[in-house]
Write a protein that binds this ligand. Structure first.
Ligand code: GTR
Length: 440
């Protein structure tokens, strides 16, 4: 009898671990995508067997049995592994010469609903060096200091909101790297991904910057932006673990945090760092390294973000490095079709955020980003959260569509495709309310 009970438990665990339970992708979508790209895994039955590295076993084989061992030994070790093998090492923290220039402070923005600030962060302190414009909106009537969501945007600050006062700067073509001056008509073109009025109405502020201000996103990126300004610190040659673009963008988020800490109107201890897709990978890496971020949110971040590399479902290490050779460090290119040899997987990235709240979100039709791989990574980070005395992700299998699960780790899979949607924002604000103890 005891034997039978044991077998039953093991089978259940394996079933959940194999990932065939809970949410299922639409079969016609799986069929269509598989036909379009037969070499890509879109069918769960084709996922190879894999074993994840244990986040609670150190490289020397010792087990992490106490929070201090996690903090002092295993967490620094895992950070170092991600720096060495995947994202690459940023050469500097806050540069000594960095300067903050507030060039706009409007107390009556958006028809009196908001306070707007624009701050230029001169990374090298030199006016002709790389700089990032941080655009901030705060609710007029919320108590100070104001909790914030901080995120990078894809197309320039002016695209976030149709506010003629937002300073327009050149953006970079993602194929050629060519700088282009955006048109007046493109103001507010991405507003659907930034439901500003709703955010303000719930008592949160929004801070955003254009990721290209940090480094342009194209295969020739090295040599531009912060790479041009700081790569000299490495010496003559770029090492195989030098920062890739995701690391550079994450570094930029930390510089935004430097500003936030200097502004008394902003609640620097209640900043949720968030990002969509490649910028979701960026938000996770920023939040993993910089513990000033109170909450970390990944929206459809997929491969190189929240999704487990070992599953090879949808986008893989080889595919991402070929399409975006500048995102990760050179060392990561040694793991094409060899994911099992990596000393890390993405559950360990999420675990680095512990015990701070983290939220992973997927979308039903976004199979390229491997929703199940994202859920399983969030779940596999749980032992670290529990070791640190919190709960983890209170779900043993993927929840149905549009049904958020909220513990110290949160998760949802939304109906629809790859996007940062209003539904996602609402869940992130619910999650922040819960963890900050805000009453609604
Ligand atoms: C895709 C890429 C993904 C994801 C996405 C995005 O082309 O394969 O990893 O980052 O771009 O950022 O929109």
């Amino acid at each position: 009898m005891a034997m039978l009970a044991l077998m039953f438990t093991i089978t259940l665990v394996q079933f959940a671990g194999e990932g065939r339970s809970g949410w299922q992708p639409k079969s016609d979508l799986v069929k269509r995508l598989s036909e379009r790209r037969p070499s890509v895994i879109y069918d769960e039955t084709q996922v190879p067997r894999y074993t994840l590295p244990d986040p609670l076993v150190c490289l020397d084989g010792t087990r992490v049995t106490a929070p201090e061992i996690w903090r002092e030994k295993r967490r620094p070790e895992i950070l170092e592994l991600f720096r060495t093998y995947m994202y690459g090492r940023a050469p500097i923290g806050r540069p000594k010469e960095m300067k903050l220039e507030t060039f706009d402070h409007a107390r009556e923005a958006l028809g009196g609903k908001a306070v707007r600030k624009q701050v230029r962060i001169h990374f090298t302190g030199k006016p002709d060096g790389p700089s990032m414009d941080l655009l901030i909106y705060l609710p007029q009537d919320a108590p100070r200091p104001v909790p914030l969501f901080l995120l990078l945007n894809f197309n320039g600050n002016h695209a976030v909101c149709n506010d003629p006062a937002i300073r327009i700067k050149p953006t970079f073509d993602r194929r050629t790297g060519e700088a282009v001056m955006p048109s007046e008509e493109s103001r507010g073109q991405d507003a659907s991904s930034f439901p500003l009025e709703k955010i303000l109405a719930r008592g949160y502020g929004l801070a955003t910057a254009y990721y290209g201000d940090i480094a342009p996103d194209f295969p020739g990126s090295f040599g531009h932006g912060v790479f041009a300004a700081f790569d000299g610190l490495f010496g003559e040659e770029r090492p195989a673990d030098a920062w890739g673009a995701i690391s550079a963008w994450a570094w930029g988020l930390s510089r935004a945090m430097d500003y936030i800490e200097s502004d008394g109107e902003l609640a620097s201890r209640r900043v949720g760092v968030l990002g969509h897709s490649r910028l979701g990978k960026t938000a996770l890496w920023a939040g993993a390294q910089d513990e000033r971020f109170a909450i970390v949110i990944s929206n459809d971040s997929g491969c190189g973000g929240a999704a487990l590399s070992r599953r090879r479902f949808g986008e893989t290490v080889a595919l991402i490095n070929r399409a975006f050779p500048h995102w990760f460090c050179e060392n990561f290119k040694r793991y094409h079709h060899r994911e099992d040899d990596l000393p890390i997987d993405q559950h360990m990235l999420i675990a680095l955020i512990a015990p701070r709240p983290v939220y992973v979100a997927s979308a039903d039709e976004d199979l390229w980003a491997d929703p199940r791989g994202e859920f399983l990574a969030a779940k596999a980070a749980e032992p670290v959260y529990k070791l640190l005395g919190t709960n983890g992700l209170p779900a043993d299998e993927m929840p149905p569509l549009d049904t958020p699960v909220r513990g110290r780790i949160g998760y949802h899979i939304r109906s629809g495709g790859h996007a940062l949607a209003e539904y996602d924002w609402e869940r992130y604000m619910d999650f922040a309310d819960l963890h900050y103890g805000h009453r609604r």
